[in-house]
Design a protein around this ligand. Sequence first.
Ligand SMILES: *[C@@H]1O[C@H](CO)[C@@H](O)[C@H](O)[C@H]1NC(C)=O
Ligand SMILES: *[C@@H]1O[C@H](CO)[C@@H](O)[C@H](O)[C@H]1NC(C)=O
Ligand SMILES: [Zn+2]
Length: 270
Amino acid sequence: MGILHGATVFVIMSLMTPVHSVLPGNPRVIDMTHTFDENTIYWPTLRQFKRTGVLRNYTADGTWREESDIEGAEHGGTHLDAPAHFSKNKWRSHDIPVERLMGPAAVVDVSPKAAADADYLVTAEDFQLWEEKHGKIPDGCLLFIKTGWGKFWPDELLYLGTNTRNTSLLHFPGLHPDGARWLVQNRGMHAVGIDTASIDYGQSTVYEAHQALFGNNIPVFENVANLDQLPAVGSVVFALPMKIGGGSGGPARIVGFVNKHEYSPPHVDL
Ligand SMILES: *[C@@H]1O[C@H](CO)[C@@H](O)[C@H](O)[C@H]1NC(C)=O
Ligand SMILES: *[C@@H]1O[C@H](CO)[C@@H](O)[C@H](O)[C@H]1NC(C)=O
Ligand SMILES: [Zn+2]
């Protein structure tokens, strides 16, 4: 196809379908990110997200201007935990090779168990049961744990178990330390994500699942949104945090790509 022809086709397609993905394969695109605003949930002891000095006005020369300052902890909202967060001499935010932050996604749904127990801990057995249905957790994948807690966002009381600053009152499910150790010893995922405020459960005080993953340079993503819109296997996710020099984590934009045919009857070639 010539350049002119291609451009013409593109223009016509754009006119016909104003919201049209131009990505190869025309996937369904899932925004797996909670908006950063005054309602964004941060770890209770950490500095909340704030946008200050908001300017929205015409300037003296009559042009429109909007700008503001942002502040907040590295660990809040949809964000990266870099391995250095709980493991000495491991990768900080800027050290993580970018290709480790993208790949096929595996989504392990433990939401029925978590619904029955807010302190539920995801075990190696949960991963093994998942593998019986969906095959081995792929090497180089981003492994997501779906607890169902995403539906509580941004209600702190439901999502964290408390809307106070008292961390003893935190209740939400997480990854069992033994489950984390099983993963790093037996499987080759590049990162692990969860739809709660922490990969360790709310009642954790020593953060052993963090330590097991980070000791093996496996980054973590927390407060991941819209996991219910991803299939167990077959999607691709890009989880791209802000590249903070020396950071222990940081805000992330996470995007999933789902092949539309995942949900269509199989196509028959004639
Ligand atoms: C916008 O600019 C006008 C003109 O300078 C000023 O009167 C007004 O107070 C400004 N509004 C805000 C919200 O800053
Ligand atoms: C935090 O909650 C725990 C558990 O209910 C309680 O024992 C403790 O006194 C509380 N701490 C503060 C500072 O309120
Ligand atoms: Zn964190």
